[in-house]
Ligand binder design. Structure first.
Ligand SMILES: Nc1ncnc2c1ncn2[C@@H]1O[C@H](COP(=O)(O)OP(=O)(O)OP(=O)(O)O)[C@@H](O)[C@H]1O
Ligand SMILES: [Mg+2]
Length: 299
């Protein structure tokens, strides 16, 4: 099971066509054909969109993504056209709206991993491989890999998990030429971001990019290097051999799995509302991530 306790009604804006409500973002198209991505304050954990929002999360993650797009611009062009709030849209869209070039999307989620976690760890334990790539013996939960790897996935239907595929399978789907470009660019972007994060005391364990074509030009799309698309770990708490604390979600996970929440995460019932203290501490973590990475004060 996964999903929303209750899917929010999209905000109606004259002149914008609502396309999609994702777990965290709402998507519209304007009259010019551009894509409008509006990040909400919704948060997901254990495959559920939580019934409690984290104030400012949408703005913090939008600003972080924008900052990263700029840090990476010499490695890949990006899809952001402006941050203007469309006429007639609610004022509270300010700071969490991106007007983007509508691209011909490449149907591969481009994941780079420098450390073993998540679905990579599951596959490694089964077969000593990740996406079919052989890895050395003796790695454990949270281990750094000998070198970062490109581990593509194909998009599953809404609500399902993306499926890891081999490089060869990705190349069959998009062509060898494009697959080569995806791998090279993904690893270059990851390397840059990992180094920036490391200087700021954060481990970028893995991250997911999406690309599309603007004519013939491979262009970075979606959101980039936010805690929603990446695993960030506090470097000073990194200790292979156990699950690493998540930079942003740990308070929420700890609370949801504590007796206080009285919730069974393997069951069918949605998670309960978060206590105010957990909301506050989690909000502070998103702001801390933004401030540490960018060096810019949030308020
Ligand atoms: N520049 C772009 N042009 C066209 N499509 C884009 C562009 N940037 C991102 N997208 C697409 O927009 C969609 C964003 O949707 P969103 O991430 O909110 O929901 P989702 O991926 O369906 O589900 P989830 O909530 O699990 O992420 C994705 O399908 C993404 O591939
Ligand atoms: Mg998405």
């Amino acid at each position: 099971m996964s999903g929303f306790v209750e899917k929010p009604e999209p905000v109606e804006v004259p002149g914008l066509a609502h396309l999609h409500t994702g777990k965290v973002r709402d998507l519209y198209r304007n009259a010019a054909g551009d894509l409008i991505m509006v990040a909400s304050d919704r948060m997901s954990a254990y495959d559920w969109v939580l019934p409690t929002e984290i104030p400012d999360k949408g703005r913090v993650l939008t600003q972080l993504s924008l900052w990263w797009f700029e840090q990476l611009a010499d490695l890949a062009p990006h899809h952001v056209l402006s941050t203007d709030v469309p006429a007639g849209a609610p004022a509270d869209w300010a700071g969490r709206t991106l007007v983007c070039k509508s691209l011909r999307m490449v149907p591969v989620e481009c994941v780079a991993r420098g450390y073993l976690a998540g679905s990579g760890l599951v596959e490694y334990r089964r077969s000593r491989t990740v996406c079919g790539l052989a890895l050395p013996e003796g790695l454990t939960d949270g281990s750094e890999l000998p070198a970062p790897i490109f581990t593509p996935a194909t998009k599953a239907a809404v609500g399902d998990h993306d499926e890891n595929v081999s490089y060869e399978e990705a190349a069959r789907q998009v062509g060898a030429d494009v697959a080569g470009q995806l791998r090279e660019t993904t690893l270059a972007l990851y390397g840059r971001a990992r180094d920036i994060a490391r200087e700021r005391g954060l481990i970028l364990a893995d991250t997911k990019f999406e690309f599309g074509f603007d004519g013939q030009v491979l262009t970075l799309a979606d959101e980039v290097l936010t805690p929603d698309s990446s695993r960030f770990w506090p470097a000073d708490q990194w200790e292979p051999g156990r699950a690493q604390p998540s930079f942003d979600k740990q308070f929420v996970r700890d609370w949801l799995t504590s007796p206080a929440a009285a919730w069974d995460r393997t069951g069918e019932l949605p998670p309960p509302a978060l206590p105010q203290e957990i909301v506050e501490r989690t909000r502070a973590k998103y702001i801390e991530a933004y401030e540490r990475l960018t060096g810019i004060s949030w308020s």
